[in-house]
Design a protein around this ligand. Structure first.
Ligand SMILES: Nc1ncnc2c1ncn2[C@@H]1O[C@H](COP(=O)(O)OP(=O)(O)OP(=O)(O)O)[C@@H](O)[C@H]1O
Length: 257
């Protein structure tokens, strides 16, 4: 992206999250993520990485502050407005979140539910065009041959790539990936990250990924955000980030777990 094309996609303004009136998840976070960025978030367990991602699509409500998605406040949105904003945000979870007893095709089509009235999705009335799109999405993650398989017949890495095809069907502006490779082996993790990179580069989606692996963070992130105890303690271009930053984020005086 050229500098002239820099536009904010996600803006957090003084965002604070306190759980049960006592546990601090995020402390007055101010952050802007621009359109088309691939951002990795790193930090110890309990630092607040999931809280950050879950606040952005309002899986959890923040205690204070405001979050804007492409200029619109998700914090204040209700009803239809909230549904439309959420349609612009895709999620990838550590545990894939597939309907395990359903077919791969059905799972990928689920990416379109926000575009249909509920009764149509209950009766599985997806258009022929969407079924073709689902097949195309599966092709892009190299799983076209699994279209009629049951989701739970697939390996963990394949299931995560079905989740990526589902996000492709949803066609959001933003993807939030919460530890997408935590339950996968190193080689499969690499493939999943390559697919996320494809969504970013080929489809222009803005990606924020929480990662435990510094190696994967280094390889795929253009920008790195370090979080400790609910605060952003580092934010910079990956290419300009020395190893010492990671050492500090992971060994900076916080107890692990
Ligand atoms: N639902 C909840 N209720 C109460 N406290 C919570 C809840 N979710 C998270 N917390 C607390 O908020 C803080 C931040 O947790 P969060 O899950 O965001 O961290 P994380 O960096 O994503 O960690 P991990 O890598 O282990 O998922 C922690 O102290 C955690 O115990």
């Amino acid at each position: 992206m050229t500098d002239s094309a820099i536009e904010p996609m996600i803006e957090l303004r003084n965002v604070k999250k306190v759980y049960d009136k006592k546990v601090v998840g995020l402390k007055k976070v101010n952050l802007t993520i621009n359109k088309g960025e691939f951002v990795v978030v790193v930090g110890l367990s309990g630092a607040g990485k999931s809280t950050l991602l879950r606040s952005i699509n309002r899986l959890i409500d923040v205690t204070e502050g405001d979050i804007l998605i492409d200029g619109k406040s998700i914090t204040k949105a209700r009803g239809k407005k909230l549904r439309l904003l959420r349609r612009n945000i895709g999620m990838i979870f550590q545990n894939f979140n597939l309907v395990k007893r359903s077919s791969v095709l059905r799972n990928v089509l689920a990416g379109r539910v926000a575009y249909y009235p509920t009764w149509k999705t209950i009766f599985n009335l997806f258009t022929k065009e969407d079924k073709e799109r689902a097949y195309e999405a599966l092709k892009q993650v190299d799983l076209a041959d699994k279209v009629y398989a049951r989701a739970d017949e697939l390996s963990g890495g394949q299931q995560q790539r079905v989740a990526i095809a589902r996000v492709l069907m949803q066609n959001p502006k933003v993807i939030l990936a919460d530890e997408p490779t935590a339950s996968l082996d190193p080689q499969t993790s690499l493939k999943v990250m390559e697919d996320l990179k494809m969504l970013n580069e080929k489809h222009g989606m803005t990606v924020i990924a929480n990662l435990h692996s510094v190696e994967l963070a280094r390889k795929f992130g253009q920008r790195v955000i370090g979080i400790r105890a609910g605060e952003i303690i580092y934010d910079g271009k990956m290419s300009a980030t020395p190893e010492s930053v990671f050492t500090k984020i992971y060994n900076g005086g916080e107890e692990d777990d």
